[in-house]
Design a protein around this ligand. Structure first.
Ligand SMILES: Nc1ncnc2c1ncn2[C@@H]1O[C@H](COP(=O)(O)OP(=O)(O)OP(=O)(O)O)[C@@H](O)[C@H]1O
Length: 739
């Protein structure tokens, strides 16, 4: 991923020119002094130059050690599967192997420098006995310490450069895989809270992928053991003649183990910074992610058989961006870079520790030891005192310090991560598979017949009966209207035909075949359904209508025709961006942006000023979006449904149209026009239409089902009127008032 410091390294005039053309921001020279503009991959980052030095630390309590290991053992098969998957990703095998080598070297270096500390100890002993010091040994030891410090720094740098690319590749594969599973999940599974929690955790901002975090943590723990054992081995070799010192060493060793207190520290670094991207593919990926997460869109996704198509679009965008398709929070992690200044800074950083301000750091011990050796030369009488101090310093050298967090403290975090791997695979495995083993299919482009026999229907996880005793038949090409009061079961009938839910007690036959023996994809392709609680997708109006028939999602002519039939074309043309308008508040995802002020920081006025400056300079758009009226939303939804009813040269149109209260928000003229159009489709398609109020269309229906928790009456309008039952009573009542 390329990092460009747009406003840092260019001469002022060139700097301004590039900034204004590249980011379309109105950056003035004065702004450039106050705001730094960097470009990383697809992200433009604007950062206020005001420095923040403070850090926040939060302590997180952990699980008990026993619970930790029990959990880890249980989830081990998932870890094995994860490793296999990881190694099957190109590049990962080499990168992870290189990472392990770097970690191993990092774990062995402390033992190597400890061995030289042993030489220093010998030097001091000799100095005490003979009052002479071998300066060449002293210089050698100092050189080795310096080399070890620099090597450690280089290894740390190499480590960060290796783990990131591996993480990026894994993340891409993960995202595509989980996205595919999510896009194809059925309605009940998608609706369960734990699924949504999991999705949120998977799609949320995380420092590294789960896989990399687990590899990192387990490597840290293993390498901590390697480090301790190698140091112990060196100490026992060097100090084998001094029994009491070995006891001190063993005590030191146990202290390291006791450090295993099972808590971890999270550091939040607050900065006044905002980042945005205008990359269209990235915005599209985020929008599609929201679409598959949002339970409100699930019915359309399943009923429209859009899972595969949306997953393919997501992967297409993801591949177009490549490894740059990462969230800003991930981009932030690669900000650190190696330079000579950083090495020097680290070495200078050791000085205060030598003066005793922050004792216990490994590098500081080594400098201390050299200083002590010099002191012994200057004041031989105080040698025993310094000798004891020197041994005590060994104790601190057991602290595994080169990497930020004590590896021994990571066991609890590791235990917390492994179940997430299991959860991730659970979701990957959960894609609904029934139906695919059946090969019965429905002929495309022909009206179909339906036959229903139900004794009792219940929603999953609900004790209540949605309706009972329903038995009817709709012939191919007929218009069927389902009527009834609120809660009588009309919508449930449509949800069962589209197999959003599977009935437990009853059968539906389509063209005399049990609906459960039909391939799900074929069933969904053979119908077009408008749900009562329809949702629009967080994409443009054009795509919203296009998703009605994914095969023609890019056919502008068809999209316009569907919009015209659904009564939406006129108002869409009046919108500022026409068919390219993004709907409602979803528009904010076009310009993804993040404000990176630490959540725990008090927002003082200076900080807020900086944020508005950063927004102004970076030309961050306010969330101005188009709001559509309820009726316009419904016209759009009708247009999407009709998209699949359009005949094409290559694809037969769908044979079954299902509408659940399609005119609830329409004005009388729009309702009349819609019903006229539906009437014309009769014969070539089977039409099922649910409503709680009468309309002209009801009168002309081939079959009317009057529902009230069960099927009360069925027949044509005239037949039902002759019966004089509840249907006739309500018709007379409503006809008097409204018709
Ligand atoms: N997801 C669900 N889980 C559990 N029960 C449900 C669910 N959806 C609907 N029900 C129940 O099933 C019954 C039938 O609901 P349904 O939505 O089919 O009625 P309806 O006739 O379409 O009503 P309306 O005219 O208000 O749209 C109602 O008692 C309702 O409470």
């Amino acid at each position: 991923m390329r990092i460009e410091h747009v406003s840092d390294f260019l001469p002022p005039s060139e700097k301004e020119r590039r900034m204004s053309t590249r980011s379309q921001s109105n950056l003035q020279p004065e702004d450039a002094r106050r705001v730094k503009h960097t470009r990383i991959g697809i992200w433009d980052i604007y950062e206020a130059r005001r420095p923040w030095h403070s850090r926040l630390q939060i302590r997180i309590p952990s699980l008990s050690i026993l619970e930790t290991y029990a959990q880890m053992l249980q989830d081990m098969p998932y870890v094995v599967r994860m490793l296999k998957d990881m190694y099957s990703i190109p590049r990962c095998f080499i990168l992870i192997s290189a990472y392990l080598v770097v970690e191993l070297l990092g774990a062995l270096i402390p033992a190597f420098s400890l061995w030289h500390t042993g030489q220093l100890l010998r030097l001091v002993e000799t100095a005490m006995e003979t009052r002479t010091v071998d300066m060449s040994v002293l210089v050698d030891v100092a050189a080795v310490y310096l080399a070890c410090t620099i090597t450690m720094r280089l290894l740390k740098y190499a480590r960060s450069r290796i783990i990131r690319p591996a993480d990026t590749s894994i993340r891409r594969v993960n995202t595509e895989r989980v996205f595919h599973s999510l896009a194809c999940l059925d309605v009940p599974t998608h609706g369960r809270t734990h699924t949504l929690d999991l999705i949120n955790s998977r799609l949320g901002d995380s420092h590294l992928t789960l896989q990399c975090e687990i590899v990192e943590m387990s490597t840290n723990i293993t390498m901590a053991i390697v480090r301790l054992l190698s140091q112990l081995l060196v100490l026992v070799t060097v100090l084998r003649e001094q029994q009491d010192v070995i006891i001190v060493v063993i005590l030191s060793f146990s202290q390291s183990i006791l450090n295993w207190d099972g808590t971890q520290t999270v550091t939040v670094r607050p900065l006044v910074r905002a980042a945005k991207t205008t990359n269209k593919d990235f915005s599209r990926m985020r929008a599609l992610e929201r679409l598959v997460v949002d339970h409100r869109c699930r019915k359309e996704l399943v009923g429209g058989n859009l899972g595969e198509c949306i997953a393919a679009q997501f992967c297409e965008s993801s591949r177009r961006i490549g490894d740059d398709a990462v969230d800003f929070s991930e981009v932030e992690q690669i900000h650190s870079c190696l330079n000579v200044a950083s090495i020097l800074r680290e070495m200078i950083h050791m000085l205060p520790q030598v003066l005793g301000i922050d004792p216990g750091v490994e590098e500081a011990d080594q400098v201390n030891q050299i200083l002590f050796a010099l002191r012994v030369m200057q004041e031989p009488m105080s040698a025993p005192l310094y000798f004891v101090s020197l041994i005590l310093m060994y104790q601190a050298s057991f602290t595994p310090s080169p990497f930020p967090e004590s590896p021994f403290r990571q066991h609890s975090s590791l235990a917390g991560k492994i179940p997430s791997i299991r959860a991730m695979y659970d979701i990957v495995d959960k894609v609904r598979s029934d139906g695919s083993r059946w090969h019965k299919t429905i002929p495309r482009g022909q009206a179909v017949s339906q036959e229903w026999h139900f004794y009792r229907v219940q929603y999953p996880d609900s004790e209540k009966c949605a309706f009972r005793n329903v038995s009817f038949k709709v012939e191919a090409g007929q218009l069927c209207v389902i009527m009834g009061v609120n809660g009588s079961g009309k919508s449930t009938i449509l949800k069962l035909i589209s197999r959003l839910y599977d009935p437990t007690d009853g059968t539906i036959l389509i063209n005399d075949q049990d609906i459960k023996t039909l391939k799900l994809a074929d069933l969904w392709d053979a119908m077009s359904i408008l749900f009562q609680d329809y949702s629009h997708f967080p994409v443009s109006i054009r795509e919203n209508i296009g998703f009605g028939n994914p095969a023609f999602a890019n056919d502008d002519e068809k999209i316009h025709e569907a919009a015209r039939l659904g009564g939406a074309e006129e108002f869409i043309d009046d919108l500022p961006d026409g068919f390219d308008t993004w709907i409602d508040d979803h528009v904010q995802y076009r310009d993804n942006y993040y404000n990176n002020i630490g959540p725990f920081m008090p927002l003082d006025s200076e900080c807020l000023d900086d944020l508005s400056l950063v927004h102004r300079v970076g030309n961050f758009r306010n969330n101005s979006y188009i709001s559509l009226s309820g009726g316009q939303m419904q016209r759009l939804a009708v247009s999407r449904t009709l998209m699949r009813s359009l005949p094409t040269e290559t694809e037969p149109s769908t044979g079954m149209l299902l509408f659940d209260e399609p005119s609830a928000s329409l004005d009388p003229t729009a309702e009349h026009t819609l019903f006229e159009r539906l009437q014309k489709l009769r014969g070539s398609k089977t039409l099922i239409f649910s409503t709680h109020r009468f309309a002209k269309l009801t009168r002309h229906a081939d079959l009317i089902l009057y529902m009230d928790g069960s099927l009360q009456e069925q027949g044509t309008h005239d037949e039902l009127m002759k019966k004089g039952g509840e249907y006739a009573r309500i018709w007379n009542l409503q006809a008097k008032d409204f018709l």
